[in-house]
Write a protein that binds this ligand. Structure first.
Ligand SMILES: [Zn+2]
Length: 481
């Protein structure tokens, strides 16, 4: 029996809340010091069905309900102990790590292990073995949440919504959803094998073993699974945008009831410049109408630098010249300086049919366009920096009628959004590699949005982990739960 990945634990303390036990029993170990996090005594008004009267109590009430949600759908087994703390996690004024969680240890060749010589996360290993493999000395999962969220240097102005009803107002992040996501990682929604180096976890004698995930991680370009790859091949696969898929049977079977048919796509048509014609990958917007089978068709008009010194970013109301260019056309603008919603709204106000935002940093696939603005009524998408440059080389900015490069923004009905042609759901493999996000999440193209995408989307339902609302439980079943 081997155990690794042991983390140094904080002093365990205080309260243990046990939730169960019709199926799995989950114990939350509150390891916060007095007055902090789950022990924060700041008075709070009950909100959204959460009757707690302090911030700390409300936070714990959400955790208990999340633990109950997971407990109900997982098989019976030894208690799953989750250590929980509130700490300073990395943030800037515009982004923040909301939380993080993972298995405390991984195990192989334990009693009843489904596959030999293969790592499993601690909670799953215990359940498969039917006993607590470290005899209860450690939690199986560690979870941390960002205690500074909302401060000036930490996603300023945002806060966690602590209601239990899924009605987080705009500007608040539903803590229940974040928690459900993080516990999902801890239960086994993590590749274990390194995506940045491709290296497998080695035991204390230095011998490396695959994780159970590897058998279901299939690279469509390489034509093989991570299980059959070298370290170098795995590292390459981890940055193969939209090229790595999950082949597990539970996910693949339930996928059609969760994802919608039709993957967003930009088709560029040009008789004059055949080299730029073809299909372009797009990242969809979280605001405005989604692309649909009723495609938007129009000539592409590039927003140009304005006479008043304002550059072609569409961060200000468009000049008369730019407005004339984009009216009735599809506006092409650059990413940068202001939010996506401002750019799209300015193009909309000038009469654009839709907006294409060209990225200003290299890499792929094109990420989505984040933000919220209920007054945006036209669709918008992001394309990569390289694709933006390709288009801009042929667009005569001052006269779209002359270059006549046309855009068709719609969906490809041959694909489910977030799955490959064979109906296998894509894992998140952006290039460059994103530490903490790459590989161990679904691709952001998934529509409906999934719980285990790298960023928490505002439209996720609360306390849902399986089809037809989600696919997290299906993946956990695929690895042995
Ligand atoms: Zn995550």
């Amino acid at each position: 029996m081997n155990k690794l990945f042991k983390q140094t634990l904080l002093a365990l303390a205080a309260t243990v809340a046990t939730v169960g036990a019709s199926a799995a029993t989950i114990k939350i170990i509150n390891a916060d010091p007095a007055g902090v996090g789950f022990n924060d005594t700041t008075p709070a008004t009950p909100v959204g069905g959460n009757e707690g009267t302090t911030i700390g109590e409300q936070r714990m009430n959400v955790y208990k309900k999340v633990a109950k949600t997971w407990g109900k759908v997982l098989p019976e087994g030894p208690a799953i102990k989750i250590q929980a703390t509130w700490e300073a996690l990395s943030c800037t004024s515009t982004s923040a790590v909301l939380g993080s969680a993972g298995a405390v240890s991984v195990w192989r060749d334990f009693p009843n292990a489904p596959a030999a010589g293969t790592w499993y996360s601690a909670a799953l290993a215990n359940t498969l073995a039917g006993s607590d493999l470290d005899e209860g000395t450690e939690p199986e999962i560690i979870s941390r949440f960002n205690v500074n969220l909302g401060a000036a240097n930490c996603l300023a102005g945002q806060s966690f919504y602590l209601g239990l009803d899924g009605n987080a107002p705009t500007g608040q992040i539903d803590f229940a959803v974040v928690l459900t996501h993080e516990v999902g990682h801890g239960l086994g929604f993590q590749a274990l094998t390194s995506g940045s180096t491709g290296a497998r976890i080695a035991d204390e004698t230095g011998v490396a073993f695959p994780s159970q995930w590897e058998r279901m991680m299939f690279d469509n370009t390489a034509g093989k699974t991570w299980f059959d790859m070298t370290d170098a091949e795995r590292a390459k696969s981890a940055i193969n945008p939209r090229g790595l898929v999950w082949t597990g049977a539970n996910v693949t079977t339930d996928m059609p009831s969760v994802l919608s048919k039709g993957t967003p796509i930009l088709t560029v048509k040009s008789d004059k410049f055949p080299a730029i014609a073809g299909a372009y990958q797009v990242g969809p917007a979280s605001f405005g109408p989604a692309l649909s089978s009723s495609a938007i068709k129009g000539t592409i008009a590039r927003v140009i630098d304005q006479a008043d010194g304002v550059t072609g970013l569409a961060c200000n109301p468009l000049s008369a010249e730019n407005a004339a260019l984009v009216a009735g056309n599809v506006a092409l603008v650059d990413r940068g300086t202001c939010s996506f919603t401002i750019k799209v709204k300015n193009a909309q106000d000038a009469g654009a049919l839709a907006v294409i935002v060209a990225d200003n940093t290299a890499g792929g696939p094109p990420a989505g366009l984040g933000g919220a603005d209920a007054t945006v009524t036209i669709p918008s998408v992001r394309i990569t920096l390289d694709d933006g440059i390709k288009l801009k080389t042929v667009l005569t900015p001052t006269d779209p009628a002359k270059h006549a490069v046309r855009a068709v923004l719609g969906v490809d009905k041959a694909f489910y959004a977030g799955a490959d042609a064979a109906g296998r759901v894509m894992l998140y493999t952006p290039n460059p590699y994103q530490s903490g996000s790459s590989v161990s999440h679904w691709d952001t193209l998934a529509t409906r949005n999934l719980l285990m995408e790298p960023a928490i989307n505002a439209d996720l339902p609360t306390f849902k982990v399986s089809a037809p609302k989600d696919l997290t439980l299906e993946l956990l079943k695929d690895i042995g739960w």
